[in-house]
Design a protein. Structure first.
Length: 200
């Protein structure tokens, strides 16, 4: 009898335990499922993806520095030597021994001189605007018509002139020196000047 009672108790306890577990699972099951969000399923596409052609990398443009102009053949203020035809013969000096024109401006673009009537030559890509530079007591060869003044290879040679006096701004020989002998005067413009000379 005692054994039967123990058996019934064990069965009852086990049944209660099994029932309790079943009830616990029934309560906790939906809570655990609701705490997990499944990953979304991949979407299907209706067409092929567009083909993108590879492109070359953009060309890098390197800024270029404009080429510097060549050095001028002479500097402003220097006296130069020219031929009777006006060809550049090099840098001379301004003391009368070599060089009959002085550079008053240089222009790499070869534009007009400040005085459009002034003499000029073009050399090494530059326009050299010039003015006469003659020195008292030196000898020169003047052109008969339009042309260029050059130094005399020999003073007092036929056709040469010996500068006796220089009168800036004069219009005639009235203001030439009376202290020395001269036999002719020449008036030039750009700039205006009278040269009182001995012509041989």
């Amino acid at each position: 009898m005692v054994a039967a009672v123990l058996a019934l108790c064990l069965v009852g306890v086990c049944g209660a335990a099994v029932g309790g577990v079943a009830i616990f699972q029934a309560r906790s099951g939906p809570q655990d499922q609701s705490a997990v969000r499944p990953s979304p399923a991949p979407m299907e596409t209706t067409g092929a993806l567009p083909q993108v052609e590879p492109t070359d990398p953009p060309t890098r443009i390197t800024p270029t520095t404009p080429a510097a102009p060549p050095p001028p053949p002479a500097k402003i203020g220097q006296c130069i030597v020219v031929s009777e035809m006006g060809s550049f013969r090099g840098i001379g000096n301004c003391n009368g021994t070599r060089g009959t024109y002085r550079v008053v401006s240089l222009d790499a673009s070869q534009g007009e001189c400040a005085d459009p009537d002034s003499a000029y030559i073009t050399e090494a890509g530059y326009r050299l605007c010039l003015e006469r530079h003659l020195v008292r007591f030196y000898c020169y060869k003047f052109p008969k018509d339009d042309g260029w003044i050059v130094g005399a290879s020999k003073c007092k040679a036929k056709g040469t002139v010996h500068i006796i006096d220089i009168v800036p701004g004069a219009t005639n020989g009235n203001r030439c020196t009376q202290d020395r002998k001269w036999n002719r005067w020449y008036r030039f413009t750009n700039p205006t000047v009278v040269y009182c000379v001995m012509r041989y």
